[in-house]
Design a protein around this ligand. Structure first.
Ligand SMILES: Cc1ncc(C[n+]2csc(CCOP(=O)(O)OP(=O)(O)O)c2C)c(N)n1
Ligand SMILES: [Mg+2]
Length: 340
């Protein structure tokens, strides 16, 4: 599968996946090491990096992406600056939304991430909106809307999917199934297979392993091409293995920071978490695959990780040293037009 991707791009994908991991390790430390630095709770994208990065690698800067409460990963995947992402997460003036959005609503219109919503399913109808706009304007832009399995319980999911199909919108529904719908346990959807739902509406549906970079990239590239050709919409279910640190609304570094060397020897991982790092961690799986199939050496990967860690440390420092917005300006940007 990796054969379809140039070596340079293979390494570019790994760099972004590592950046998401290293930046979010900082986010978790922000919460563990400082009181009230992050206001309220937060979620991370750890364990799903292969999906967001490989899908975004198949997009151009003109394509739209919509995201969720796990948006940090999608924003970095679409080319976001980790400095501005981390600054936004802790409400700093230098963040993507000048500190007004926080961890849950990081948006970056300049990257064509028009909006992010922590309301489950909150972006589905908006994504149908940009897809409709592209269709009306006869622009070639594709819209990808990322959402979780839990969003399929929301009414807006059915409305957006139905209209997208009826109007043949250039829209890809990218459902990231991590087999959890925060705060709930057990079955909360009556469909035996979630992918049967879009199929019932005659939407072309593909189920893939979301942890397999080559497969996600190939699937996304094919569907993006077909969407541009007017064959959309499409639905993709990308299955991932939930990261053990994700339990609850304040993720924890349950095994400490990820060691890239665990890709080859996971014996240093605490036993309770070892199977996830050995078999489910998309970053480590991909690093291993690159060595086995991509002709990349372990040294190169260690070197790349060291560079990314340095950049992520720098981004965290930048965020921490950035000022909070002026309290007098708290309601600026509340209404459209000029920021006042
Ligand atoms: C409309 C709405 N209902 C409930 C919540 C509380 N909530 C936050 S995340 C979440 C679970 C979402 O599950 P899923 O979409 O699968 O995303 P995951 O956290 O698994 O990535 C819930 C119920 C919310 N944010 N919005
Ligand atoms: Mg889920």
């Amino acid at each position: 599968m990796l054969a379809d991707i140039s070596r340079e791009e293979q390494l570019g994908i790994l760099r972004k996946m590592l950046m998401i991991r290293r930046a979010e390790e900082h986010v978790i430390r922000f919460n563990e090491d400082y009181k009230d630095l992050i206001r309220g709770h937060f979620h991370v994208y750890i364990g799903q990096e292969a999906t967001g990065v490989s899908v975004c690698a198949a997009l151009t800067s003109a394509d739209y992406v919509f995201s969720t409460h796990r948006n940090h990963g999608h924003v970095i995947a679409k080319g976001g600056d980790p400095k501005k992402v981390l600054a936004e997460i802790i409400g700093r003036e230098t963040g993507y939304c000048r500190g007004r959005a926080g961890t849950f609503h990081v948006a970056a219109p300049e990257l064509r991430i028009v909006h992010t919503s922590a309301i489950v399913g909150g972006c589905l109808a908006l994504a149908a909106g940009t897809a409709f706009a592209s269709q009306v304007q006869e622009a070639s832009a594709v819209t990808v809307v990322f959402f979780g399995d839990g969003a399929m319980e929301e009414g807006v999911f059915y409305e957006a999917l139905n209209m997208a199909k009826l109007w043949q919108l250039p829209l890809i529904f990218l459902m990231e199934n991590n087999y959890r719908r925060a705060g709930r346990s057990g079955t909360s959807h009556s469909a035996t297979e979630l992918a049967n739902v879009p199929r019932a509406l005659n939407v072309d549906t593909t189920v893939i392993d979301g942890g397999n970079v080559g497969l996600v990239y190939k699937t996304a590239s094919d569907l993006v091409r077909r969407t541009r050709a007017g064959e959309g919409p499409f639905f993709v279910e990308a299955r991932t293995h939930p990261w053990p640190g994700n339990e609850g609304a304040h993720p924890k570094l349950v095994a400490g920071a990820t060691h890239i060397a665990w890709a080859w020897d996971a014996s240093g991982v605490p036993e309770k978490m070892r199977s996830w790092y050995a078999e489910g961690d998309p970053v480590l799986l991909y690093a291993r695959e690159l060595v086995e199939q991509g002709g990349v050496s372990r040294d190169e990967i260690q070197q790349l990780d060291a560079e990314v860690r340095k950049d992520a440390d720098e981004a965290a420092r930048f965020a921490l040293e950035s000022p909070l917005p002026d309290p007098q300006a708290a309601v600026n940007f509340a209404y459209a037009g000029g920021g006042n």
